[in-house]
Design a protein around this ligand. Structure first.
Ligand code: ARG
Length: 576
């Protein structure tokens, strides 16, 4: 039951303004004493040609107070403050959650619309490092959110599996490749020879020349080069897949850069046809002065393609294949200029789909005590980071029997540690706005009292254990939802509001491409639950009807927390 919607509908009747506009203006006051919702009437001053307090007062008189959803309305200054009927609100909200036949926050807003979410896109033969962790985790959460809202969401991995660096790898492998090492730890071996190539090429420029030749052969489809390239690609994918599996991430398509190498001619034809391509120092470029951007190279002077050419081809291909509603690129902010160029080239060529492409950027990942860079080989592998997190979590759980059942077996501890350790990493990437840099801190990530996955997961497990103790799932299911109208204290009302606000948080997260809005919402819900739990002994409630009502509320809290965590890729723990 969306009280908010009711208010908006009523306001729309009164003001004849569009609902979306009113909805944007309706606020949640900072203090509950000012109402559950507040409407700032100065927004209406222009259309209604009256002073805000006058508007507020006259609307307040007409409000449909006394109906089962609205208890009272107060005009305070220029604000119209709405107070909901608590009992009615709580029981409707909770029963809606428990009776829902679709997953929470499901909607049909996306029905029949294709949304491509491109994320992860690591580079073959390079380590899957923490920057790729950011796009992988963020993109996966966005995919799930769009999927939940009913969109036909398509998971795309634009692998970096093409380009001159493969010429370098081929040369390096022929010179220094160690077959046994390649089979054992492919990425580490490929990285080793790649780094070696750069070291050696400083004094031996002929290496660069050989590399260009090897790449040319690869582009021409020469057997030997293609075979090596395929091998590097397969081995790398295998390694990436084990990381994906651990994170619970998967894809619908691995259309990497190489996939587009034979589709560049369409780009070139289009740009020629629209007469937007010019020659500059031998290269074919599109000038972008009118967009305030540097020119975008399409073909280099030797006729070879670049990263941007392949991205242009990808947009055309995706539009042709899916007629996308939106084409989302989850890629770090350092590539913002690249995407502005790609979208602008298409816009200049009159490709309308360019307007439906979005670059969703994110900040840097910083390790206060370690350094990050690919060339030197001194990188942090994501798989090592995940393992470290799981190990540290296991240690915490093992040492601290307040955080777990005293009789927990070693095996169970390991399972719990896996979920919490991985959850802690995912949470860290999604807890703040995506453009903010992330400073890694184990203490914060694994703080069972802080804003962390362990905190929310532990809260969930605790709430589930209360339900188990009450032997309640069956009792709760059978209970008459009428009893819910017994709930109504401040904490219970606050919990119901958070449960009710969950769907809106999911919708907003999709609009802003910000999964943190979901993460923060469930964290706030977990905090509100802990506060309630510390003040109200649910199991020892004397009135049996009220006790059941509280257990039902608890069940709705659990379902909302689980829904939110799972929506961003974090698994819950039922018992710890
Ligand atoms: N492979 C690139 C990298 O690791 C990211 C690819 C981003 N996607 C794209 N369509 N350009 O930096």
């Amino acid at each position: 039951m969306d009280f908010r919607v009711r208010i908006i509908e009523w306001l729309a009747e009164q003001t004849s303004l569009p609902q979306e506009q009113l909805s944007e203006w309706l606020e949640v006051p900072p203090q509950p004493a000012l109402g559950d919702y507040a409407f700032p009437c100065f927004r209406l001053a222009r259309t209604m040609r009256q002073a805000p307090p006058v508007i507020a007062a006259s609307l307040a008189k007409k409000a449909p107070v006394g109906q089962d959803w609205l208890e009272r309305v107060e005009a305070v200054g220029g604000y119209l403050n709405f107070f909901m009927n608590r009992a009615s609100f709580i029981s409707r909200t909770i029963s809606a959650v428990l009776r829902a036949e679709t997953p929470l926050a499901a909607s049909d807003e996306g029905q029949g619309k294709n949304v491509i979410v491109e994320y992860s896109s690591p580079n073959i033969a390079k380590p899957f490092h923490v920057g790729h962790a950011f796009t992988t985790i963020l993109g996966h959460a966005l995919y799930k959110i769009y999927d939940r809202l009913g969109y036909n969401a398509i998971r795309m991995n634009h692998l970096g599996d093409y380009g001159t660096q493969f010429g370098k790898l081929i040369v390096a492998y022929r010179l220094w490749g160690d077959e046994a090492a390649l089979l054992k730890e492919p990425i580490k071996e490929l990285l080793r020879i790649y780094v070696l190539f750069h070291d050696q090429a400083k004094d031996k420029p002929e290496l660069e020349h050989q590399a260009r030749e090897a790449f040319r052969n690869l582009e021409d489809g020469a057997d030997e080069e293609v075979k090596l390239w395929k091998r590097f690609r397969d081995l790398s994918l295998e390694a990436f897949n084990s990381v994906y599996e651990r994170l619970g991430v998967s894809f619908d398509y691995f259309y990497g850069e190489s996939f587009y190498s034979d589709k560049i001619s369409e780009v070139v034809n289009l740009l020629n046809e629209k007469e937007v391509m010019v020659e500059s120092e031998g290269a074919q470029v599109v000038m972008l002065d009118e967009y305030d951007l540097p020119p975008c190279i399409i073909l280099k002077s030797d006729g070879t393609t670049i990263y941007a050419s392949r991205d242009l081809a990808a947009v055309l291909f995706r539009e042709k294949t899916w007629s996308f509603e939106r084409n989302i690129y989850v890629v770090g902010m350092p590539q913002a200029l690249h995407f502005r160029q790609v979208f602008s080239v298409l816009d200049k060529a009159g490709v309308e789909a360019a307007k439906r492409c979005v670059h969703v950027g994110f900040g840097l990942v910083k390790f206060p005590d370690r350094k990050l860079s690919t060339r030197s080989g001194d990188v942090i592998f994501l798989e090592d980071l995940l393992q470290e997190s799981v190990d540290k979590t296991l240690d915490i759980i093992r040492r601290n029997d307040q955080l777990r059942q005293a009789d927990m077996s070693e095996e169970e501890m390991r399972q719990v540690a896996e979920k919490i350790g991985i959850g802690a990493i995912i949470y860290t990437f999604l807890k703040n706005g995506r453009e903010r840099d992330i400073v890694f801190s184990w203490d914060e990530m694994l703080d069972f009292d802080g804003d962390s996955a362990p905190y929310v997961q532990y809260t969930y497990a605790r709430a589930r254990s209360i339900l188990r103790k009450a032997g309640s799932d069956a009792a709760v299911a059978a209970a008459d939802l009428e009893q819910l109208s017994l709930l109504g204290n401040d904490d219970e009302f606050a919990l119901a509001k958070l449960i009710d606000g969950y769907s809106a948080a999911v919708r907003k997260a999709a609009q802003a491409y910000e999964p943190y809005m979901v993460v923060r919402h469930v964290t706030t819900l977990a905090r509100a639950f802990n506060k309630y739990y510390n003040q109200t002994s649910i199991l020892r409630t004397e009135d049996p009807a009220l006790r059941v009502a509280r257990l039902i509320l608890l069940q709705a809290v659990c379902e909302t927390i689980r829904s939110g965590l799972e929506l961003v890729g974090i698994e819950v723990v039922e018992r710890m």
